[in-house]
Design a protein around this ligand. Structure first.
Ligand code: MF3
Ligand code: CO
Ligand code: CO
Length: 269
């Protein structure tokens, strides 16, 4: 077996060994199982800090470590982004109300490997516009994933996502992107969710990265609140996000963070 360990592409992207996929699979599955268990914790009257506390317990019970607690001063086991919050929402005493939509983003470390995934949930009854937004965002992630194969470029991923989203008259957030990961949380490249086909680094077998498109019903611009974390849509429009961690294989990709219970989408059960 070729040993690629330590090889970085000219763009600084790490090429992992075949056996590294197993480590990423284990970490990804711990994160995905935790997100499966979050579903029944989301209901009107619930607080986002109660959801986060349950996530922190589940991380510990799994024998894993939270990648976010202590990361650049962040103090929680999850990011919980409600309604017009785009990403990096801080869990707190905020009470969920009927019809709220939220992204829960969890990153764990298992035996040194990082598993990073997020999904949408709804408290109570899902509204029609929110449902369409969630549907388009979910499908946009999979348009990106379908573009993952050796020989394609990162621009192909971004282009697949952007063209799909904009055809639905929604917008792709530019201010945040996916990222390489593996035995580190955030590594090259920046995985843009927009762009031109055929541009950017060429995908190679053994690359590990996230795809995590944020889609807004309104305009794409965001701003970060005074807490230095919470990113919101400038026009206050609803925003949604889904995230998977993937590894490039010889013929396509392995999704490390697939839901073991098949619950990735909030309307699936
Ligand atoms: N999990 C997020 C991502 O997808 C990063 C969260 S960093 C935190 O990259 F500090 F805000 F938790
Ligand atoms: Co991520
Ligand atoms: Co994440």
């Amino acid at each position: 077996m070729d040993d690629f360990k330590g090889r970085l592409t000219k763009d600084g992207i790490r090429i992992h060994n075949p056996e590294d996929f197993a480590g990423m699979h284990r970490a990804g599955q711990v994160a995905a199982r935790i997100l499966d268990a979050v579903a029944p914790l989301v209901f009107p009257g619930q607080t986002t800090e109660a959801i986060d506390a349950a996530i922190e317990r589940m991380v510990t019970e799994a024998g894993a470590t939270s990648a976010t607690i202590g990361y650049r001063g962040y103090q929680h086991a999850s990011c919980i982004s409600v309604n017009h919050v785009v990403c990096h929402g801080i869990p707190g005493p905020k009470v969920l109300k009927d019809g709220d939509i939220l992204n829960v983003d969890v990153t764990v470390i298992v035996d040194g490997w990082f598993g990073d995934t997020s999904r949408m949930y709804v408290a109570g009854k899902l509204g029609r516009k929110a449902e369409r937004l969630i549907e388009v965002t979910h499908d946009a992630l999979f348009k990106g994933i379908e573009a993952v194969r050796p020989g394609n470029t990162f621009g192909d991923i971004g282009c697949a996502i952007q063209s799909f989203v904009e055809a639905q008259r929604m917008s792709v957030v530019r201010d945040f992107c996916g990222h390489g990961l593996g035995q580190v949380f955030h590594a090259p490249p920046n995985v843009l969710h927009y762009g031109r086909a055929g541009t950017g680094p060429v995908l190679e077998e053994g690359m590990f990265f996230t795809i995590e498109p944020m889609v807004n019903l309104g305009r794409p611009e965001t701003k970060v609140l005074a807490d230095d974390w919470t990113a919101v849509t400038r026009d206050k429009s609803l925003s949604a996000q889904f995230e998977h961690s993937v590894g490039v294989t010889a013929t396509g990709c392995e999704i490390f963070t697939l839901s073991p219970a098949g619950k990735f989408h909030p309307t699936w059960d």
